[in-house]
Design a protein. Sequence first.
Length: 238
Amino acid sequence: MVILPAIDLKDGKAVRLSKGLMDSAKIYSDEPWQVAKHFEELGSEWLHLVDLNGAFAGEPKNLEQIRKIRENCNLKLELGGGIRDEETIRMYLDLGVERLILGSVAVKDPDFVRKMAAKYPIVVGIDAVDGMVAVEGWAEVSKMKATDLARAFADAGVEAIICTDVGRDGMLSGINIDFTRSIAEASGLPTIASGGLRDIEDIRKLIEAGIYGTIVGKAFYEGTLDLAEAFRLARGEA
């Protein structure tokens, strides 16, 4: 299983939110690139990056920090937040980002996602509140079921789906295995679980369920998960 430690960027700082609420942001570092370097030292191969300001603005807002992260570590970067057009996708790829996450635009313009996935390394982000898709930085809840959206991209050429249970995100309440499995079954694609991961038991449950990957955020920052141990378990070494 692939573990992707996360850095959420808000006003140039590494933060974590609770349930996606911007005013809940807790700052963990003024220098996010140092956090990225630490993840690399712990044995990570990937870094999950989110431009929170960008998610709400609909355009990149933390470019300086993203550049610093790219310049200071050798991790593969997966980035989302405010990516709405091909120009932004190309800009980030030129910057050295490995793959881009398309979220809100996947609901509003699925044809655009299909076109981009045919040309670039694209991941679809499906964020859900009570099983319904949330958009615009989770500020709005649509009338579309998350599983229906996942099914719509089954043959779109995207590399993976990241599914986030917004109600659990940042709450350390445990990963939603059933929701993740439903997205994986609907899409038939590699699925990355996000939202609520608490400890090593969640890692074990995800491995047992055959889930492709998971994102680790607050569990690392608050010390409820030993990330080095999690990497060993994911590699089958523990």
